[in-house]
Design a protein around this ligand. Structure first.
Ligand SMILES: [Zn+2]
Length: 219
């Protein structure tokens, strides 16, 4: 469904889904998507993502001149812009602070991606950046650099950023990240020790999906 929507409609749908799936609180989080060469839309400051509409999306430029940032744009715009500048392949950036992933970001809790198939297939390596003042360009640069060619960043004492070649892909990564973090935190609470499938089985699984040209939506 999301795949067939234009990017700004997909963002609005993702905002509602994020609320329904327990990924939001208050006015936390901001979403963006490219809408053409050198341009992207981002949620406005103070937007409640679960009631997001087109009126809450602000058109911005990927360049550095001041007029490319309207004053109503999310205060975290530099996280989005620096990623778009460094990664031409990225069409959407999602920044949320869902409870379990944020707890992992606040504790240094390791999130092994080989527990179940989806993180192997969708998350890649989870990178981390230290706590840096939210809303700063310093944070934006650190997240973009930390992301590199990966898809998921945990910002310590802050939250998570996922990216994708579409809004749907970026959101799927956020959902998988939060589910993985929930499994790991819940296991800790119950004094359970989950066992992963190991790097060889993970690599074989990855190859079985991506090396044969099958859709990444399988699994
Ligand atoms: Zn933030």
């Amino acid at each position: 469904m999301l795949e067939r929507m234009r990017p700004s409609d997909a963002l609005a749908a993702v905002g509602r889904l994020a609320g329904q799936h327990g990924l939001l609180w208050g006015t936390s989080g901001n979403l963006s998507a490219r809408v053409g060469a050198g341009r992207f839309v981002i949620t406005a400051r103070g937007t409640m993502l679960d009631t997001l509409s087109q009126d809450n999306l602000v058109l911005c430029g990927t360049g550095d001149s001041p007029e490319e940032t309207p004053p109503e744009a999310s205060s975290e715009i530099q996280v989005h812009r620096r990623i778009y500048q460094l990664r031409p392949d990225i069409q959407s950036v999602i920044h949320l602070s869902p409870p379990y992933a944020t707890l992992a970001a606040c504790t240094g809790l390791d999130l092994p991606t080989d527990l179940i198939p989806e993180p192997v297939l969708y998350l890649g390596r989870i990178t981390r950046v230290p706590y840096i003042q939210p809303g700063s360009d310093e944070l934006g640069r650190a997240v973009a650099q930390g992301l590199g060619q990966e898809s998921v960043v945990l910002m310590e004492n802050h939250g998570a950023v996922t990216v994708g070649g579409s809004v749907a892909e970026a959101f799927r990564r956020m959902e998988v990240l939060e589910f993985l973090a929930r499994l790991v935190v819940t296991a800790r609470s119950a004094d359970l020790t989950p066992r992963g499938i190991g790097p060889d089985a993970a690599a074989a699984l990855y190859r079985s999906v991506y090396a044969t040209g099958r859709s990444s939506s399988s699994g």
